[in-house]
Design a protein around this ligand. Structure first.
Ligand code: 13P
Length: 252
């Protein structure tokens, strides 16, 4: 397959009411006028997905922030990948650190959820990242390699899988790793992906996430093997998010 376009994805987390649909409409209007050089994805809370899909936006993919490990059954309050696909999701974020830490999701659970996402035909955005303690103990690479190896299902392809490297200490903190550190971690992720998946491993998009904003996006997106961004806070307002997306206009 051909190399997918870079992806700039917005993770709205538990933010957004129906009034926020205006931000998506505004974002799409920006994108209609600018024809971005990357794909654009919004992962709103599940409550907004159907309303956004009904807007029939030409330039924005819609995804979810999580799914269950099973296809259906007695799981009160949970939502399956198949249901998300059914309402129009193209991508599902899996194993975000706020789920790994806040909901006790280990690599095995992440692997099962990713398998569900891939099986129903969505792209799993599998998140990895080290804690501040692991970072300070210089265990980042060890942790990331272990998460990559255990979290990614064996049938991953460049079509059904995206990796997001999000150092936990960089999320919502305004702190970002050095360019050298991002380059090193993404190179190691690429190496493991190529070892496991060959040619496809070379094409799987690897996103960086953690305090990405309009000021640092160009620097971060210029790093080798950084194929886009997973953006939290700065994805909530169309203007801020569009300024990050526009960084790709400056690349060849
Ligand atoms: P922030 O961009 O708010 O740091 O969040 C990053 C993130 O967790 C995206 O999934």
């Amino acid at each position: 397959m051909i190399r997918p376009k870079p992806l700039v994805a917005g993770n709205w987390k538990m933010n957004g009411l129906r009034a926020s649909l205006n931000e998506i409409i505004k974002l799409n209007d920006f994108l209609v006028r600018s024809a971005p050089k990357c794909d654009v994805l919004i992962c709103p809370p599940v409550t907004l997905i159907s309303s956004i899909v009904q807007l029939n936006l030409e330039h924005v993919f819609i995804g979810s922030q999580d799914c269950h490990t099973n296809t259906n059954g007695a799981h009160t309050g949970d939502i399956s990948a198949e249901m998300l696909r059914d309402i129009g999701c193209s991508h599902i974020i899996i194993g975000h650190s706020e789920r790994r830490v806040g909901h006790g999701e280990d690599n095995k659970i992440v692997n099962k959820k990713a398998t569900q996402a891939q099986t129903v035909g969505t792209t799993a955005i599998i998140c990895v990242g080290e804690t501040i303690h692991e970072y300070e103990a210089k265990k980042t690479l060890e942790v990331i390699v272990s998460q990559i190896n255990s979290s990614i299902p064996s049938h991953a392809t460049a079509e059904n899988t995206i990796i997001a490297y999000e150092p936990i200490w960089a999320i919502g903190s305004g702190k970002v790793p050095t360019v050298g550190s991002v380059k090193e971690v993404h190179a190691v992720i690429r190496k493991v992906l190529v070892e496991r998946f060959g040619n496809d491993g070379d094409k799987i998009n690897i996103l960086y996430g953690g305090s990405v904003n309009a000021s640092n996006a160009h620097t971060l997106m210029s790093v080798v093997n950084v194929n886009g961004a997973l953006v939290g806070g700065a994805s909530l307002k169309a203007d801020d998010f569009f300024n990050i997306i526009s960084v790709y206009d400056q690349f060849d």
